[in-house]
Every structure is written in C-alpha cells, then in structure tokens.
Design a protein around this ligand. Structure first.
Ligand code: IPM
Ligand code: MN
Length: 357
C-alpha cells in the first residue's frame, strides 16, 4: 500500500482543533482509497517558543524535506510579540522550503452565504496564485534614528526575474489545466510602482506568448478589489505578488463565505509543499469546539490533490458540499449550528459513504 509521510503542525489557538478534524477526514479518505498516512506531529508554536525560545529549528526543516507534505493548523498567539512566530515559523517554512506559490482558491460552495448581493456559486469561482517568497516579505531594509523625530524606516520590495517568471509560468500552466475561462489576470500596480511591476508586466506578456490559448488580462490591485466585489465572475486565475496576494485573498475569503472556509497551498512544485487553512489562530475561540473546520478540511483536500490522490480529493470535496447543503443551513447566518467535532464527523462520514445525490 502506498504510504505518505505527512508532517503535522497543529500550532496555536484553534489550530489543533481544526487539524484534528482535518486529519480525521484525511484518514477516512485514505481508508476509502486504499493508501496509508504516516503522520509525524510537531509541536512548534507559541507554547513551544515560550518554553524553549525556539521557533522552528533548521533540523526540522531538514526533516520536512523528506516528507511528502506538511499540514499546518495556525500560527499566532497574543502572548508573543507580533512577528516572532509569523517570521520564525510560517515565513521560515515558506522561505526555507522555497514554497514559491501560494495557491488560494476563492470558491463559493452552493448554500454558503456571501456578503455580495445577487451573486452565487456560479459567479464566485476563481483562484489566486500568490508569489510566496519575495516582494515586501523578504525583510530587506532597516531603521535609523529610531524613536527620534528624524526616524527613518526602509522596507524594500524585492522582485527577481527568476521569482516572477516561475510564478507566472505556474499560473499559465494552472489556467490551462483548470480549463475554465482560460484567462489569466495579472494583478499589479503598473501605474505607480513602475520598476517592480514593469518587470512583472514584461514577463507576463513574454511567458504568455507560450500560452496562446490563455487570454491575458491585467487589473491594478485597487481595481481588482473593486471587481472582486462588483463582478467576481470576471475572474478565472489571478496572478500577483506576495503583498497584494496577501491582501486580496482576505477579501477573497470573505466573498467565499469567510475564514472558516478558505484554504491554501504553499507549493514547491519540485519539492515538499505545505497546506493550511488561511484563517488565523482565533485565540478567542480556543478550546471551545465552535470553530469551523471546513477550511482545514479543504486544506487537506488540496493536500490530497497535490499528492496525486485526486479521487480522494474529490471524495472530500463532495462530502464538504453535502455537509454544507444538508447540515449547515445556519452557515448563512455566519454560524455553523454544529460543533467543530460534529462537522468533522459529518464530512468524514460522507467520505466513507459518499452521497448519491
Ligand atoms: C497569510 C498570513 C501571513 C502572511 C502572516 C501570518 C505572516 O496573513 O498567510 O496570508 O502575511 O502571509
Ligand atoms: Mn494574510
């Protein structure tokens, strides 16, 4: 039997609760499709940091490189100064493992409430390809005369030809494989940030010549936000940099039903990839068993697809859709009406006994 080695990092806040449900569903999918999971748990996060001063050691990165995938819950805790865990764990994972694509589907499932009036599941179904290793996230810059009236802070946007090209190429390939509108929108800011976005725009058209079947489209980031609300059906695949991708995918998460639904994959198509729900650690709800695990379960579904277990992924997606349709009516009010555990059990049940309707 094929066995996949998965590193599991439940992390902080509600991370462990949603990961527990995600793993439940992954195990059911493995059972249904006859493969095995070798799960290695890692306790990195706030608790571990407060106890040991360690965020994520290089030795763990080396271990992750030998895995088939990484499954992460959430990182962030109010007891730790902002930036330490984010940079020390999440960004370290992205940078050290060169997870250069952050793939974030924005898909409204039938029956999920969206704040966009008069738009439904047929209108909201696109994917954001966010560059995940460059731009303002690199940390190049510095401060000078800190705390004085002459204080200076520099935070540089780093853009490389290689980084942009591999991201754009991935996005074209993805649009082709997705085979929907066959349209790729570059989301940038070519009217002001002419150096960085000039490079992006040139590479976008250059690489695009190899993809005559894919329509090239461009929207400034501010206009992208406008269209995502006004006419989300315009989009098929959006490619953008790390910073803009961070911002527009939170907007995306809202129009697809909220942080409890949205998932993403941090991909290194040539190496190991990491999958996570994109909502945070929600400290307020920790341990209450009330948080929606569907985002984590969807991240698990993406993990399966990425491993090549597409049929297992489809089983999970059908189960999610069935649960939303038949059990989570109150999602429309922004609440589940079920506990975290119950939702996991329901999805897991439909993975083992697929719905026929
Ligand atoms: C995300 C998060 C992270 C980011 C933070 C926690 C560093 O907001 O995954 O979108 O900015 O990338
Ligand atoms: Mn974000």
């Amino acid at each position: 039997m094929k066995t996949y080695k998965i590193a599991v990092i439940p992390g902080d806040g509600t991370g462990p609760e949603v990961v527990r449900e995600g793993i439940k569903v992954l195990k059911s999918a493995a059972q249904a499709k006859n493969f095995a999971l070798d799960l290695q748990y890692y306790d990195f996060g706030a608790e571990h940091y407060l106890k040991t001063g360690e965020t994520l050691p290089d030795s763990a990165i080396e271990e992750f490189k030998e895995m088939d995938a990484i499954y992460l819950g959430a990182i962030g805790d109010p007891r730790v100064k902002p930036g330490i865990l984010e940079k020390g764990i999440l960004l370290k994972l992205r940078f050290s493992l060169d997870l250069y694509i952050n793939l974030r589907p924005v898909k409204l499932y039938p029956g999920v409430w969206t704040p966009i009036k008069d738009k439904g599941a047929e209108d909201i179904d696109f994917v954001v390809v966010r560059e995940n290793t460059e731009s303002l996230y690199v940390g190049v810059g510095g401060t000078f005369k800190t705390g004085t009236p002459d204080e200076i802070a520099l935070q540089e946007m780093v853009v490389t030809r290689k980084g942009v090209e591999r991201c754009i190429r991935y996005a074209y390939e993805f649009a082709r494989k997705r085979n929907r509108k066959k349209k790729l929108t570059l989301c940038g800011k070519t009217n002001v940030l002419t150096h960085a976005w000039g490079l992006w725009e040139r590479v976008f058209h250059e690489v695009g010549e190899e993809y005559p079947d894919i329509e090239q489209d461009y929207a400034h980031v501010d206009a992208t936000c406008m269209w995502m609300v006004k006419n989300p059906e315009f989009f098929d695949v959006i490619v953008t940099d790390n910073m803009f991708g961070d911002i527009i995918t939170d907007l995306g998460a809202m129009i697809q039903g909220g942080m409890g639904i949205a998932a993403g994959g941090n991909l290194n198509p040539e190496g190991v990839s990491m999958f996570e729900p994109i909502g945070g650690s929600a400290p307020k709800y920790t341990g209450k068993n009330v948080i929606n695990p569907l985002a984590a379960i969807s991240a698990g579904m993406m993990l399966l697809e990425f491993l090549g277990e597409e049929e297992a992924g489809k089983l999970v997606e059908n189960a999610i859709m069935k649960v939303i349709r038949d059990h989570l009516d109150s999602l429309s009010a922004g609440r589940m009406g079920h506990s975290t555990t119950e939702v996991g059990d329901l999805v897991s049940g439909y993975v083992l006994n697929p719905p026929t309707d």
